[in-house]
Design a protein around this ligand. Structure first.
Ligand SMILES: Nc1ncnc2c1ncn2[C@@H]1O[C@H](COP(=O)(O)OP(=O)(O)OC[C@H]2O[C@@H]([n+]3cccc(C(=O)O)c3)[C@H](O)[C@@H]2O)[C@@H](O)[C@H]1O
Ligand SMILES: Nc1ncnc2c1ncn2[C@@H]1O[C@H](COP(=O)(O)OP(=O)(O)OP(=O)(O)O)[C@@H](O)[C@H]1O
Ligand SMILES: [Mg+2]
Length: 255
């Protein structure tokens, strides 16, 4: 599909979901990254600027550039936005790195941030009768590279069927500022964190592998075609399997 066709499909989806839910619009977290920027552009295209609310939720260690980029997106689109610093909430939780007595835990304390942001988004969704728009993409979903009930906690996922490579393609097409498109994707959970370093692979290569797997190719074929060790593909397959639980509602026993 070309860019225009994908954009039309996504915008129709957003409009339909908002109408079906009989809500007055949508709310989303604006991080200054490419996923939330693209999602915001698409929401405005689908619903108009008056039906989109942006939440910018930095904390004391956030990169100030990200907030600048988030405000640039909100101002360019002309949407209403609220800045809500989550540092005091992290302190109230007694989060490591935010109270003097505890060390930062890269799992527990890092994942607390997206979970706090999810609560704030639902607060505004309740208050103003909105849907919470998630910004996750397909590459992250396969890899489980997102926080369960954190950034994965949302009502609709407009870019959930796009690989990161396609996110970049659409972002360029829609004229999203270059500085947002070109910076390294980061969850911003600790200083210097980047997706590609944590995942151990570039999105360009990861997406090629994921697309080949979707086409039903086997690991030997993919390994040869992309010149990647079989062990890397096996690692990805294991990761996909181990993280499937994040994509479904909690399992229940059959009675
Ligand atoms: N088999 C299973 N069935 C049902 N539930 C299962 C389970 N295995 C674990 N769990 C549950 O899942 C929890 C682990 O999942 P989770 O809490 O998500 O934690 P986890 O997967 O360990 O960490 C999240 C990862 O996503 C990255 N991330 C987070 C947020 C945003 C972004 C971004 O790109 O912006 C990236 C983050 O850097 C980290 O690498 C366990 O503590 C357990 O409660
Ligand atoms: N400081 C923040 N303020 C508001 N929302 C945030 C903040 N940090 C993260 N989020 C929300 O969490 C989502 C997941 O973060 P993620 O890093 O995957 O996406 P991104 O920042 O939009 O793009 P990229 O992956 O390229 O960094 C963001 O899209 C955004 O909705
Ligand atoms: Mg980010």
């Amino acid at each position: 599909m070309n860019e225009e066709e994908i954009i039309n499909k996504i915008c129709t989806f957003i409009k339909e979901k908002v109408e079906e839910a009989k809500v007055d619009g949508v709310v989303l977290g604006l991080s200054g990254g490419i996923d939330s920027s693209l999602t915001a552009y698409l929401c405005v295209k689908a619903l108009g600027k008056d039906k989109v609310l942006g939440l910018i939720m930095p904390e004391k260690n956030s990169n100030p550039k990200d907030r600048e980029h988030a405000e640039l997106v909100a101002k360019t689109l002309g949407i209403k936005y609220i800045v809500s610093d989550i540092t005091d909430i992290l302190k109230a939780f007694g989060a490591g790195g935010y109270v003097p007595t505890r060390e930062f835990d890269k799992r527990a304390d890092a994942n607390l941030k997206p979970r706090i942001r999810m609560c704030i988004l639902y607060y505004f969704a309740n208050k103003y009768n909105l849907l919470v728009v998630g910004t996750g993409n397909k590459s992250e979903a396969y890899m489980g590279y997102a926080t369960k009930y954190g950034d994965l906690g949302c009502d609709i996922l407009p870019i959930g069927n796009l690989f990161k490579t396609d996110v970049r393609r659409l972002a360029r097409y829609l004229g999203i500022p270059k500085e947002i498109i070109e910076k390294s994707p980061s969850a911003g959970l600790w200083e210097g964190q980047t997706d590609e370093e944590e995942l151990g692979i570039t999105y360009d290569l990861l997406d090629k592998i994921l697309m080949a797997l979707e086409e039903g190719k086997d690991k030997k074929e993919i390994s040869k075609e992309l010149n990647v060790p079989i062990s890397k593909i096996e690692e990805i397959l294991q990761r996909i399997e181990a993280n499937k639980h994040k994509l479904y509602p909690p399992p229940k026993p059959n009675l």
